[in-house]
Design a protein around this ligand. Structure first.
Ligand SMILES: NC(=O)C1=CN([C@@H]2O[C@H](COP(=O)(O)OP(=O)(O)OC[C@H]3O[C@@H](n4cnc5c(N)ncnc54)[C@H](OP(=O)(O)O)[C@@H]3O)[C@@H](O)[C@H]2O)C=CC1
Ligand SMILES: O=C1O[C@H](COP(=O)(O)O)[C@@H](O)[C@H](O)[C@H]1O
Length: 466
C-alpha cells in the first residue's frame, strides 16, 4: 500500500522537529511509498521545499538514513497558500490524489496554530475530497468547551469519527500503552485496582526544558491547556477506566469517555485548597552533566506578563464512581523544574494488620516511569540479619525502547486507519469540561500565581494565615 500525506503547516516547528523525522523512520514500512505534499504561506517552490525537508531531516537525524531522506524529500511537492482557502486545499489534495491507486489513504495533517483548525475544516468541506480522506488534528483541540464542540461539529460535517484523528502523542508512549497490558493482561493488579486498596494516584510530568523557544504559543496556552486538558487526562483515563470489552478503538474510547465523564467538575473551594499554579523566575536548570541559566519566564521575548500564564499546574481530581470514590488523582506538570520526572505513581493502602514488631511495613508503591520507560513495585520482604525485621525492595524492570518513537507510532496508526492513539470527540470535550472551571477560578485569582525559581521543585503553597 502507498499513501499520501498533506501537511498543512509544512514549514513549522512541529513538522521539522517531529513529523519529518518520524516519517523518515516509518517510511521503510510503507511499502508503496509516500507522497508528501507540504502547504504553508512561505514563499517557496517545490525545489526549495525539497531542499528544506532534506536540510531539516539532516539537522535532526544527521546523515543517518540518507537514502530515506532523499526519497522523502525528493518526491515532496509544495503548495503555497492560505490553508483556510478551499482553492489552496484543493490544489494540495489534487497533488496528493495523483499518487497511488486511488484507494490508498490520503491524510491531511493540521500541523498549524490551533486557531486555524476550524477555518481549515470548513474549507475542506468546500473541496472535492478523496474517498476515505483522514484528517489529523493537533492540539490544543479548541480553547474551551464551546470551541471544542464547534470544532467537533465542523469535523463531523466533513468526515466520520473513525477517520478523524485527534492525535495525542502521549497515547503512543510505551509506558502509557503498558498501563493497558499491566492492568488487563495480569491477574495480580486488577483485583487491587480500586479505592479498597489504592489511596492515591499521582500523574507527574515535570520538565527541565523551559518555555522560551515556543513562547508565542505557550504564553496563550499555559501548562493547564498545554498538558493537562489533553495528555495528562488521557493518562488518567487509562489508569482509571473500567476494563474494555476488547482493544478495538470504539471499546477503548467508550471506556475512556466514561471515566472522564466521572471526573468531578472541580469546585472553587476544592481548587483553592488543593490546586497550585506557578511561573518560573530566573534560575539554574540541570543540563546534561552541568546546569544552564534560564531567564525568568516573563523576560522571554513574546511574553506578556499581564496574561499571567502559568508554567506550572497542579490539580487534584476526584473520580466519582464506584471504583474510585475518595481516591485523589494528583496531576502535576511544569517547565524549567529541577528534575525531569515523568511518571504515574500508584500508592497502595497499608496492610490491614501489622504482625511484625518494629517499624510498620512501608506501603506498596507502583511506579510507571516514562522515557526512559521503567516499572517498579516497592514491596516489603524479610530483611537480612534479623529475619523478622522488614526491608523494602523495589522490583524493577526496564521496558524495551520504543521504535519508532511516539510520532512514528501516531503516523503508522493514522495510515492504518487505527484511531486508538487519538482522542474521541467526547473525550476532547470532557477534557475541557474538567479544565475550564480551573482556568476560570485561576483567572479570577481564586488561586494565586506563585513564583518558583527555575531549577526548583516548583511553587510552594503558602502556609495558612493565623
Ligand atoms: N512545536 C511543537 O513542539 C509542538 C507543536 N504541537 C502542535 O502543532 C501545531 C503546530 O505547531 P508549530 O509547528 O509549533 O507551529 P509553528 O508556528 O512553528 O508553525 C506553523 C505552521 O503553519 C503555517 N501557517 C500558519 N498560518 C498559515 C496559513 N494561514 N496558511 C498556511 N500556512 C499557515 C506556518 O507557515 P507560514 O509561516 O508560511 O504561514 C508554519 O508552517 C500546533 O497545533 C501545536 O500546538 C504539538 C506538540 C508539540
Ligand atoms: O505536547 C507537548 O508535549 C511536550 C512533552 O512531551 P515529549 O514527549 O515531547 O517530551 C511538552 O514539552 C510540550 O510543551 C507540549 O506541547
Amino acid at each position: 500500500m502507498s499513501a499520501s500525506l498533506v501537511i498543512l503547516g509544512a514549514t513549522g516547528d512541529l513538522t521539522g522537529r517531529y513529523l519529518l523525522p518520524a516519517l523518515a523512520q516509518v517510511l521503510p514500512q510503507i511499502e508503496g511509498g509516500l507522497q508528501l505534499v507540504g502547504v504553508a504561506q512561505d514563499d517557496l517552490d517545490t525545489g526549495a521545499f525539497r531542499r528544506q525537508v532534506d536540510e531539516r531531516l539532516g539537522q535532526v537525524t544527521g546523515d543517518g538514513g540518507r537514502d530515506v531522506h532523499e526519497r522523502l524529500a525528493g518526491s515532496a511537492e509544495y503548495v503555497r497558500g492560505d490553508v483556510t482557502d478551499a482553492a489552496t486545499l484543493q490544489a494540495a489534495l489534487d497533488l496528493a490524489g495523483r499518487h497511488g491507486t486511488g484507494r490508498d489513504p490520503v491524510v491531511v495533517y493540521l500541523a498549524l496554530p490551533h486557531v486555524l483548525f476550524e477555518g481549515v475544516v470548513h474549507a475542506l468541506g468546500a473541496c472535492r475530497l478523496p474517498e476515505g480522506l483522514r484528517v489529523v488534528v493537533e492540539k490544543p483541540f479548541g480553547e474551551d468547551l464551546e470551541g471544542a464542540r464547534r470544532l467537533n461539529a465542523a469535523l463531523a460535517a466533513v468526515l466520520p469519527e473513525d477517520r478523524t484523528f485527534r492525535v495525542d502523542h502521549f497515547l503512543a508512549k510505551q509506558t502509557v500503552l503498558n498501563i493497558l497490558g499491566l492492568r488487563f493482561a495480569n491477574r495480580v493488579f486488577e483485583p487491587l485496582w480500586s479505592s479498597a486498596h489504592i489511596t492515591g494516584v499521582d500523574i507527574v510530568f515535570d520538565e527541565t526544558v523551559d518555555a522560551q523557544a515556543r513562547a508565542s504559543y505557550y504564553d496563550r496556552s499555559g501548562a493547564l491547556r498545554d498538558m493537562v486538558q489533553n495528555h495528562l487526562l488521557q493518562v488518567l483515563a487509562y489508569v482509571a477506566m473500567e476494563p474494555p470489552v476488547s482493544t478495538a478503538p470504539a471499546d477503548l474510547s467508550a471506556r475512556k469517555a466514561d471515566v472522564l465523564r466521572a471526573v468531578r467538575t472541580p469546585s472553587r473551594e476544592a481548587l483553592a485548597a488543593t490546586s497550585l499554579r506557578g511561573r518560573y523566575t530566573r534560575g539554574e536548570v540541570p543540563d546534561g552533566e552541568g546546569a544552564r541559566t534560564v531567564d525568568s519566564y516573563v523576560d522571554a521575548p513574546g511574553i506578556d506578563p499581564a496574561r499571567e500564564t502559568e508554567t506550572y499546574a497542579e490539580v487534584v481530581l476526584s473520580v466519582d464512581n464506584w471504583r474510585w470514590s475518595g481516591v485523589p488523582f494528583r496531576l502535576r506538570t511544569g517547565k524549567a523544574l529541577g528534575a525531569r520526572r515523568r511518571e504515574v505513581v500508584i500508592h497502595f493502602a497499608e496492610v490491614p494488620h501489622v504482625v511484625f514488631a518494629g517499624a510498620p511495613p512501608q506501603r506498596n508503591v507502583l511506579r510507571l516511569q516514562l522515557d526512559p520507560d521503567r516499572m517498579s513495585l516497592r514491596v516489603n520482604v524479610n530483611g537480612q540479619g534479623d529475619p523478622f525485621e522488614l526491608e523494602p525492595v523495589d522490583l524493577d524492570t526496564d521496558l524495551a525502547k520504543q521504535e519508532p518513537g511516539p510520532y512514528g507510532q501516531l503516523l503508522l496508526a493514522v495510515l492504518d486507519g487505527d484511531t486508538r492513539l487519538s482522542a474521541h470527540a467526547a473525550e476532547a470535550e470532557e477534557g475541557w469540561r474538567i479544565v475550564e472551571p480551573v482556568l476560570a477560578a485561576w483567572g479570577d485569582g481564586v488561586v494565586p500565581l506563585l513564583d518558583y525559581p527555575a531549577g526548583s521543585d516548583g511553587p510552594v503553597r503558602p502556609a495558612p494565615q493565623g
